[in-house]
Design a protein around this ligand. Structure first.
Ligand code: NAD
Length: 491
């Protein structure tokens, strides 16, 4: 896709949008493409198009099986175009091409999964407690969905919203982040090619305050599916005070990884590296707090330091690169400042902690490990969204659990142990929406994803998630031919 080709997708047409901005390449810090920015008027047109499409027979009269086939076709198109989409995501966000290729290839399966679910969504016959009555529940599409995503893993995060929404018969206005919208704007072309009727899917990008606020507060929006940071989520919840839209929130985390002395330490070390240095730590499930049993602390930290120093930092478009730049200069500055504040607060730098000397330009930051005395140090308390691991030692299982749960977040957690009984005890007690045992950072369309506490509200993925895009209608049918007896008594 040429750098000048990016357009909003509204009502089945590719349009320029009322404003535009330069998108920066995180590897060089230079502008590489001009992106459209949706104004309030663009959002208005997109939501109205989605609302019209919801009731248009071209969409409303499709059978669930036909909707499912469209999603399957979209999945096939995503698979066929994964290399171009991956290159765009890498260019616009700095995420390494090695991961964007694999992840977008897998996104195709999410559309296939939800396509398969479309005609499995059943209503239910109710055994109502009245002899002359039948009652049943219909599941109907909830309405126009505002899907708002951040810049990281955006094709995946869009798929877990669009998949169930379209399977259920909703229509969607998808808002890509203003940081790196290229892959979702290119994805809109595949939606068009798949043959969804006009207005069923609209794709915008633009700034939070104008585009995001207008969209999530819009009176014709019935459902908001948001992924992003907790402070933006609070704005979104305030916005939905206007339309009372049913809202799910997938937010950030400060996920703990617990490594016990009886674990396979080599495997645990690799998982810790995957948890914090993959995607340069810009992952909502980043395992950013490592709790390690004191007796193996030094051994594990030595292994991690060795692995961290061997990570190939480089051009994100090079398939050999293992860690690329951070997505934005703002993010780089935030990490620098938080690491400095953590050192002031008593954290000890084990490795990293600066821009790599070989990369004077771009948003590159070294894989960093800090030894901390507890959760109060800024790097152990705040979500950094960067390659910074805080290491804290514990003496026993109770202390490990208390330290792990000592956070307002609760997205993911990891437990590394050779003890099955210990694993089960911790699975029950960890305050998190996901527990990975002897593994980390695994996802699937089949397994729900979401957090506890400040990490969000609701779950995405899995068969249940389609219900969140429906509302039920209770149907009563009287089966008696006798006239209704007493009109003044509730039956
Ligand atoms: P962000 O909250 O800054 O932005 C997310 C989206 O919200 C963007 O599209 C943005 O334009 C929009 N937005 C901003 N202000 C808005 C407003 N007032 N009204 C409506 N929309 C508005 O997040 P980010 O910095 O792009 O992404 C990083 C955050 O996302 C991290 O906290 C990360 O943990 C989280 N995240 C969570 C998950 C998950 O599934 N739990 C996945 C990926 C990222």
């Amino acid at each position: 896709m040429a750098a000048s080709d990016f357009r909003l997708y509204i009502d089945g047409a590719f349009v320029a949008g009322g404003a535009s901005f330069e998108s920066l390449d995180p590897a060089t810090g230079q502008a590489w493409a001009r992106m459209p920015a949706a104004t309030a008027a663009d959002v208005e047109r997109a939501v109205e198009a989605a609302h019209r499409a919801l009731h248009d027979p071209a969409w409303a009269d499709l059978t669930a099986t036909q909707r499912g086939r469209l999603l399957m076709k979209l999945g096939d198109l995503v698979a066929a175009h994964a290399p171009e989409l991956a290159e765009l995501e890498t260019r616009d966000t700095g995420k390494i091409v090695r991961e964007t290729r694999a992840q977008i290839g897998y996104v195709a399966d999410y559309y296939r999964y939800f396509g398969g679910l479309a005609d499995k969504l059943e209503g239910v016959h109710l055994p109502v407690d009245k002899p002359d009555m039948e009652a049943y529940l219909r599941r109907e599409p909830i309405g126009v969905v505002a899907a708002v995503v951040p810049w990281n893993s955006q094709l995946l995060l869009a798929a877990v919203k669009l998949g169930p929404a379209l399977a259920a018969g909703c229509t969607v206005v998808l808002k890509a982040s203003e940081e790196g919208p290229a892959p979702l704007l290119a994805f809109a072309k595949l939606v068009h090619e798949a043959g969804f009727p006009k207005g069923v899917v609209n794709v915008l990008t633009g700034f939070g305050e104008e585009c995001g606020r207008t969209l999530t507060a819009h009176p014709l929006v019935a459902r908001v599916a948001f992924t992003g940071g907790p402070s933006t989520a609070r704005h979104v919840v305030r916005n939905t005070a206007e339309n009372l839209a049913y809202t799910t929130l997938e937010l950030g985390g400060k996920s703990p990884v617990l490594v016990f002395a009886d674990a396979d330490l080599e495997s645990a070390a690799n998982a810790v590296v995957a948890g914090i240095f993959a995607a340069s730590g810009q992952s909502c499930v980043a395992g950013s707090r490592l709790f390690v049993e004191a007796s193996v602390r030094d051994r594990l930290v030595d292994m991690l330091v060795e692995k961290a120093r061997r990570i190939r930092i480089g051009d994100p478009q090079d398939p050999a690169t293992e860690m690329g730049p951070l997505a934005t200069a703002r993010q780089f500055a935030h990490i620098e400042a938080t690491v400095a504040a953590s050192l002031d607060a008593g954290a000890v730098l084990v490795t990293g902690g600066k821009r790599p000397a070989a990369f004077p330009a771009g948003n590159y930051y070294e894989p960093t490990i800090l030894a901390c005395s507890g959760n109060a140090v800024p790097c152990a308390a705040e979500e950094l969204f960067g390659p910074v691991l805080s290491v804290i030692a514990f003496n026993d299982e109770a202390e490990a659990l208390a330290l792990a749960n000592d956070t307002p977040f609760g997205l993911a957690s990891g437990v590394f142990t050779g003890s099955l009984t210990r694993a089960h005890r911790l699975i029950r007690r960890l305050h998190a929406g996901i527990v990975w045992v002897n593994t980390y950072r695994a996802v699937s369309p089949i397994v729900p994803f979401g957090g506890y506490g400040q990490s969000g509200l609701g779950r995405e993925g899995g068969a249940e998630s389609i219900r969140d895009y429906t509302r039920t209608k209770s149907v009563w049918i009287r089966t008696s031919d006798e006239p209704i007896a007493d009109p003044f008594v509730m039956r």
